[in-house]
Design a protein around this ligand. Structure first.
Ligand code: 8X3
Length: 251
């Protein structure tokens, strides 16, 4: 049985990953900021046969992250897989017109939050010479698209941080993976547009997008590959999406 910590597990790709691993009856640590969602998802995952611990904290708060990890019961402490999923996009303004608060939240969550969790969890993996870090990057990290510069930059940073970690861990058996989704229909666009659901719906107009479960399958595959196989990077796109800005839509 593997112990798997998933950040941002209360919705979208993170929640789908938790469900995918629960099918295998793994030991799950699900984290997020919404305690009610954490508890209700824990109940569902336990009904599927998984062992579940919840940690309610914001990855942007380094002290809270440390305290949360320190509070884990003994049986959940040896983390085998860290899924750094917590992240978000805010706004779609031109770079010269963007919102300072949105920028800070994206940078603090997508880059610094991921780094915090990596810094707190990976030393124990190194000590045990066993473990796997799976970062949720994005096609957005491959190239900038209109209005997405800061979000794209954070995901480019995820790519660089993933590659750097893989280099720094190459003498160990700890594996490092970057899964880069394209269009996935979750709360992502709703969050990006600050709750404007009509605008969020236009993102998926005329194209069948990916689901959180599609990405969870890829994460699960990477985590389940034989120990000598390191899935370094996977770009996962909807069939009618070619890159971050080329999308064929049916009218
Ligand atoms: C999400 C993918 O293309 O909407 O990271 O930015 S995209």
């Amino acid at each position: 049985m593997k112990t798997i910590l998933i950040t941002g597990a209360t919705s979208g790709i993170g929640e789908a990953c938790a469900r995918r691993f629960a099918h295998d009856k793994e030991r799950l640590i699900i984290t997020g900021r919404n305690v009610e969602r954490l508890i209700s998802i824990k109940t569902e995952l336990e009904a599927m046969g998984a062992e579940v611990a919840t940690l309610c904290f914001d990855v942007c708060d380094r002290n809270a992250a440390r305290q949360a990890l320190d509070s884990l019961p003994e049986s959940f402490r040896a983390i085998d897989v860290l899924v750094n999923n917590a992240g978000l996009a805010l706004g779609l303004e031109a770079e010269y017109e963007g919102d300072f608060t949105d920028w800070n939240t994206m940078i603090d969550t997508n880059i610094k939050g991921l780094l915090t969790m990596t810094r707190l969890v990976v030393p124990d993996m190194v000590a045990r010479n066993h473990g796997h870090v799976i970062n949720i990057g994005s096609v957005a990290g491959d190239a900038a698209y209109a209005g997405g510069a800061v979000y794209c930059a954070t995901k480019a940073a995820v790519k660089t941080l993933t590659d750097g970690l893989r280099i720094d861990l190459s003498s160990t058996a700890v594996r490092v993976t970057n899964v880069k989704p394209g269009l996935v229909e979750t709360n992502f666009s709703n969050t990006r547009f600050h709750g404007d659901t009509a605008r969020a719906a236009t993102v998926y107009r005329g194209i069948k997008p990916l689901t959180g479960a599609d990405i969870a399958d890829v994460v699960h595959y990477a985590a389940s590959a034989p120990e000598h196989v390191q899935i370094a990077e996977v770009l996962v796109l909807a069939t009618h999406q070619a890159n971050g800005y080329t999308i064929f839509r049916e009218n």
